[in-house]
Design a protein. Structure first.
Length: 103
């Protein structure tokens, strides 16, 4: 069987070109998937790590943060999470930038 090829040479050429162009994109996506954003708030007492998707990967709360009120701690966690998401976004942009036509 003639798997992966058609009977149209032009179509075969276009498919090969697409695969060649898609390979670097696949590499970039793989690199971006490994990125983690991290940020601290409340003077470093709360640290949050996130994936580029925004998925929460970890929260570290220093024992000194236990002196904070519940609302203050919730605000510190949310602040660190927002900053960590921005950090992940910046890191992802740095990886993708060489492949983007930004002009």
């Amino acid at each position: 069987m003639n798997e992966g090829r058609s009977f149209d040479p032009e179509l075969d050429r276009l498919v090969a070109e697409f695969r060649e162009d898609a390979e670097p994109l696949s590499d970039v996506i793989g690199q971006i998937d490994k990125i983690e954003g991290e940020a601290a708030s409340a003077g470093g007492k709360v640290v949050v790590r996130v994936a580029p998707s925004g998925e929460l990967l970890g929260v570290r709360i220093d024992p000194r943060a236990m002196r904070m009120g519940s609302e203050e701690m919730a605000e510190a966690i949310m602040d660190a999470a927002r900053q960590a998401m921005m950090d992940a976004g910046r890191r992802a942009m740095q990886v993708a930038k060489p492949y983007l036509d930004l002009e």
